[in-house]
Design a protein around this ligand. Structure first.
Ligand code: FES
Length: 82
């Protein structure tokens, strides 16, 4: 099953951490050979900037995402998709 990850690329989320989160995601996908399992796309600002950086995974929005929480969230979704 494909896990859909949408990362907010709006200027606020991007400046607040999604620029780093994007690199973290790309590295994690590459390191774990998850290209076939994860679909990574960008999102426009959803006007929820104050809670950012925001990332949506399988229709569930996560706020204030940093590197540590991002890895935990990805692992959880991978586990659930098995
Ligand atoms: S920039 Fe991400 S919600 Fe506005």
């Amino acid at each position: 099953m494909t896990i859909k990850i949408s990362i907010c690329m709006g200027s606020s989320c991007f400046a607040r951490g999604n620029s780093k989160n994007l690199i973290t995601l790309e590295e994690y996908i590459k390191e774990h050979n998850l290209n076939a399992e994860i679909e990574l796309t960008g999102l426009r600002c959803t006007e929820n900037c104050s809670k950012g950086p925001n990332i949506v995974i399988d229709n569930q929005e996560y706020n204030n995402v940093d590197k540590g929480s991002l890895i935990d969230i990805i692992k959880k979704h991978i586990e659930e998709s098995k």
